[in-house]
Design a binder for this molecule. Structure first.
Ligand SMILES: N[C@@H](CCC(=O)N[C@@H](CS)C(=O)NCC(=O)O)C(=O)O
Length: 251
């Protein structure tokens, strides 16, 4: 199903059979290791849609994406998807676009309004909530953790740690508690984010919840933990891991 190209440095590694010789849609996923683009591979595996993976490696020190990704899109962030030559960015928009285009039988997305308003509204809300509301405090937690452990002169260290700790206690920690409490509560009402069945909203929510387990485990409740266990057990999730390579989120 996948065809991989590694474009981080000079090395180019190709594996798998070459897709698209049968006239099917050309989908290229520009994939960064340990990143949000893992969700796109997983969605395509759930959809059974052939795709090509172009792999990029984060800089080991800065964790930033290589400059080569800017050749594809000026933001230089992952994921970037090329769909029949059109360049798509923002994982929420990518997930929504791929679901609209390929999930024509609504196996992974509720049908448009007004057939089932509540399921569709929950689906759309969580699809946007993942990046719009849940990722910002998780990103702040990552940055504050880096500030705490940054190699700075010994006389600066207590000041840097003090500021990081106070920001965590006064602002980021309470935000994480509010958001992860909200998610925990939602998963207590329905097993999946849109309702009683698995949808692409669950794929979109996977990254922040996996990041929360790495960065804020004390705020992660049993419903979230059970959800992450369920998604990681899916065959398509496992196939996407094999296609994407390393996926370990920074704590
Ligand atoms: N909101 C964007 C965020 C994109 C983003 O920040 N991607 C990260 C990967 S998880 C990235 O490319 N980081 C490397 C860098 O900023 O250089 C999305 O959901 O697509």
């Amino acid at each position: 199903m996948t065809h991989g190209t590694f474009r981080a440095e000079a090395a180019v590694v190709e594996h798998g059979r070459t897709p698209f010789t049968d006239g099917t849609t050309m989908i290229k996923v520009h994939h960064l290791n340990n990143s949000r683009s893992q969700r796109v591979l997983w969605l395509l595996e759930e959809l059974g849609q052939p795709y090509e993976v172009i792999r990029y490696e984060r800089d080991a020190k800065t964790m930033l994406a290589p400059r080569a990704l800017r050749d594809v899109h000026p933001l230089g962030k992952s994921p970037v998807v090329e769909l029949d030559g059109q360049v798509l960015v923002e994982s929420g928009a990518i997930v929504e676009t791929l679901a609209e285009r390929f999930d024509t039988a609504f196996a992974l997305s509720p049908p448009p309004l007004p057939q089932d308003a509540s399921e569709r509204i929950r689906y759309r809300t969580w699809l946007h909530y993942a990046e719009g509301s849940l990722m910002p405090p998780l990103l702040l937690a990552l940055v504050l953790g880096r500030i705490r452990s940054a190699p700075v002169p010994f006389f600066v260290r207590p000041v840097a740690r003090g500021i990081a700790d106070r920001t965590m206690t006064a602002f980021v920690g309470p935000q994480l508690a509010t958001h992860l409490g909200h998610v925990e509560n939602a998963l207590g009402q329905h097993p999946w984010f849109a309702g009683d069945r698995f949808t692409a909203a669950d794929i979109q929510m996977s990254f922040p919840l996996e990041a929360a387990l790495a960065r804020a485990p004390d705020h992660v409740g049993p419903n979230i933990r059970a959800f992450v266990g369920r998604i990681q057990a899916r065959a398509a999730y496992q196939r996407a891991l094999a296609a994407g390579g390393p996926y370990a989120l920074a704590g």
